[in-house]
Design a protein around this ligand. Structure first.
Ligand SMILES: [Zn+2]
Ligand SMILES: [Zn+2]
Length: 306
């Protein structure tokens, strides 16, 4: 099959309702959905929960809290566990309890003041979500998540670039996130309300734009939380996504860590292509062994880890 044929099939899948297209790429054969038994089970036993407007918020918040709990546990253990500490991007700079309480404090504040009222509002005014009988095919599920991630990556790249280039926007909305030179998982949502709302808005709207199945939408929401938290986790594990995706196309923790230290680089949250095109791509050289970057920033006021 030619590359052109492949792309036109992909376009058909994205354009004509990701949830109802049921053909395998290029072959035109029906693709039995491996997700159908799972979807049938969910519809039979958890339909009320799934239809609730609260459900997307509950899975997003739970995923985030689970991940930051796991990473924070690693942060607490790392100083006395050399095998783990060697995977840290800055093994000589442990995360302190002060770092944890400060970032956790803002996380709780943002959830109480913004996320919780928005959730109650959704619960009061949004009708229950209609659920289709058919599950998405595995192809449309994965392509839907990929498509939403590509769109989100572009939106956040522009938002991020603008908020670094316009001093007032940086000072007012984005500087808060840059108070930490060496990110750790809880810095992921150490955000101003405006940034939190922007990110939440795109995460909600992008699956609607691409007409995704609700299962794909929830998969995308959980995926973005996983990769955003991984970006900030401060570890370069062998199984990190940037080590699995070829050609340096996925930024991952080392490149986002470099953005926190050199804020004129690596604006895209996930992929590298916009930074390649914009000339802002910066690949750090094994940050854990290269102290030149932090040495160059010693005079800067920050809330970096010790
Ligand atoms: Zn960040
Ligand atoms: Zn930034």
């Amino acid at each position: 099959m030619s590359a052109g044929g492949l792309f036109s099939d992909v376009a058909v899948i994205w354009i004509s309702h990701l949830d109802v297209v049921n053909t395998t790429l290029g072959l035109g054969l029906p693709e039995p959905s491996v997700l159908q038994p799972v979807w049938d089970y969910l519809l039979q036993y958890h339909q009320a929960e799934l239809r609730s407007p609260l459900f997307p918020v509950v899975i997003s918040v739970s995923t985030y809290l689970l991940l930051v709990t796991l990473y924070t546990l690693l942060d607490v253990l790392a100083p006395s566990w050399p095998t783990l500490n060697r995977y840290k991007l800055h093994p000589d700079r442990p995360v302190t309890w002060d770092n944890i309480w400060t970032t956790l404090g803002l996380t709780v504040y943002n959830h109480l003041v913004y996320v919780f009222p928005a959730t109650v509002g959704q619960w009061l005014w949004r009708p229950p979500i209609p659920l289709p009988r058919k599950a998405p095919t595995l192809t449309s599920f994965l392509l839907g998540i990929l498509g939403c991630t590509v769109v989100f990556d572009f939106q956040y790249y522009l938002w991020h670039l603008l908020h670094h280039r316009v001093p007032w926007l940086y000072r007012t909305f984005h500087a808060m996130h840059h108070q930490y030179l060496q990110p750790f998982s809880l810095v992921t949502q150490y955000l101003s309300a405006w940034e939190l709302i922007s990110v939440g808005f795109w995460t909600t709207v992008d699956p609607l734009l691409l007409q995704c199945h609700c299962l794909t939408t929830w998969g995308f929401m959980m995926f973005t939380i996983c990769v955003s938290t991984e970006d900030h986790c401060g570890y370069d594990f062998p199984w990190s996504l940037h080590r699995l995706v070829p050609f340096g196309l996925w930024g991952g923790p080392p490149k986002h860590d470099a953005h926190h230290q050199m804020p004129g680089t690596n604006f895209a949250p996930f992929f590298s292509h916009w930074d390649w095109l914009g000339g802002t791509n910066m690949v750090p050289t094994i940050p854990s062994r290269d102290t030149s970057v932090t040495k160059g920033l010693q005079g800067r006021k920050d809330k970096g880890t010790v």
